[in-house]
Design a protein around this ligand. Sequence first.
Ligand SMILES: [Zn+2]
Length: 168
Amino acid sequence: MGDVVTKSPRVGIGHDTHRLEPGGPLRLGGVDIDHDRHLVGHSDADVLLHAVTDALLGAAALDDIGAMFPDTDAANANRDSADMLHRAWRRVAAAGYQIENLDCVVLAQRPKLASHRQRIATRIAEILDIAADRVGLKAKTGEGVGPIGREEAITAQCVALVTQVSRR
Ligand SMILES: [Zn+2]
């Protein structure tokens, strides 16, 4: 009699917004993009990696990114969000989860992200040690209205499907 392997799917959602200020480059999805604005926040303000981090933590019903890396802790000032994502994923993986796929949306009036899409997806996959074809990434503008359209902020969303593998 072999082990009975049970795979339980779980879904998580992440959402984040950071303000834009003049001066580049734009750090987004773990890569630096040549642009005339950058995101501001307590860490390096990588809005996309923060959404991915919360999606994975949420799928496992763990504390969110703000609880794991509080902005009251000086160690998190200007912190590399790739390191935060990596640490969060190690915590989720330690609970027995594997990533099936991620799907992300970036809402930014500028820059056009089409030419950076593959580089960002590859970088996210690298941080998580998964194949790049498990990372979906789409970009939308703000249609020129609201804080996204006025280039005051960038928002990112991510859903993550993970499976918890148990053997009995
Ligand atoms: Zn954030």
